[in-house]
Design a protein around this ligand. Structure first.
Ligand code: HXC
Length: 260
């Protein structure tokens, strides 16, 4: 496929997607979002690709939000009739069953913060800044931010963030549990690709199941969640990769995965 607002490269079994509108701080307009959906559909469909990384081009931004210039003159009826951003909330994340990482290299604001939070986890440059400043534009998060930020950092902090629109630096984001790890900006991409390669080398069914189980913690009660975990554990126990993984451990060698 040909893309105009993102760059898509395959590095072994890792797909690297770079948001590429640096002149607009990688603001997410409809074209970027459509291309991201297409790139992720291709990633999901390609059995050779096992993990993805999304990052932003340039040094300043991951993505500074949905494209304000595109939204500025759009009438309310159009937002409603197009069900604006509907493909970007639960639809999109549910369809992507393979793991992916957001490598946040600068501003992740509004829709940019929301996109990062859709990832399975966030790796942040020490220069990263997160925020949901929509209130200052007279709106509110529209791609899951009010829910995912609250799940990630708790009510009080999420409420303060959305009501003031302030930005949160990388260190604070790590303390609050929004990001998995902070790394020096210069090392971010290499670290993210290395982490993704590590995940890509795991037994692929197990990777998908582990992702599904952690996500289930946000949807299910504890009893149901633990039951779901036990059942999927039992299903994995029937795979060829489980037999190989345990045999390889006993024989003190690396496993060779079939993805079955
Ligand atoms: C469109 C944007 C943009 C955005 C930046 N730009 N953010 N264009 N949409 N979200 C453009 C600027 O207009 C400018 O273009 C260029 O990128 C560089 O930005 P500057 O503002 O000049 O850079 P700087 O002074 O360094 O400030 C950086 C910044 C600021 C603090 C990140 O750009 C900013 O506050 N951006 C908006 C952040 C925001 O409100 N995001 C939430 C959007 S609403 P020109 O052409 O002038 O050079 C949202 C809603 C999601 O995401 C859900 C809705 C349903």
């Amino acid at each position: 496929a040909e893309y105009h607002t993102i760059l898509v490269e395959q590095r072994g079994a890792v797909t690297l997607v770079t948001l590429n509108r640096p002149q607009a701080l990688n603001a997410l307009n409809t074209q970027v979002l459509d291309e991201l959906i297409a790139a992720f559909a291709a990633f999901e469909a390609d059995p050779g690709q096992r993990c993805a990384v999304v990052t932003g081009s340039g040094e300043k931004a991951f993505a500074a939000g949905a494209d304000i210039k595109e939204m500025a003159d759009k009438p309310m009826a159009d937002f409603y009739l197009e069900d604006f951003f509907s493909r970007w909330t639960s639809d999109f994340t549910r369809k992507i069953r393979k793991p992916w990482i957001a490598a946040v290299n600068g501003f992740a604001l509004g829709g940019g913060c929301e996109l990062a939070m859709m990832a399975d986890f966030i790796l942040a440059a020490d220069t990263a800044k997160f925020g949901q400043p929509e209130i200052k534009l007279g709106v509110a998060p529209g791609m899951g931010g009010s829910q995912r930020l609250t799940h990630a950092i708790g009510k009080s902090k999420a409420m303060e963030m959305v009501l003031t629109g302030r930005m949160m630096g990388a260190e604070e984001a790590e303390r609050a549990g929004l990001v998995a790890r902070v790394v020096p900006a210069a090392d971010l991409l290499e670290d993210a690709l290395k982490t993704a390669a590590q995940i890509a080398a795991m037994p692929p069914l197990a990777a998908m199941v582990n992702k599904e189980l952690v996500n289930a913690a946000f949807e299910l009660g504890l009893d149901q969640g633990i039951l779901h975990e036990r059942r999927l554990f039992q299903i994995l126990a029937g795979t060829e990769d489980k037999a190989e993984g345990m045999r390889a451990f006993v024989e003190k060698r690396e496993g060779q995965w079939k993805g079955r």
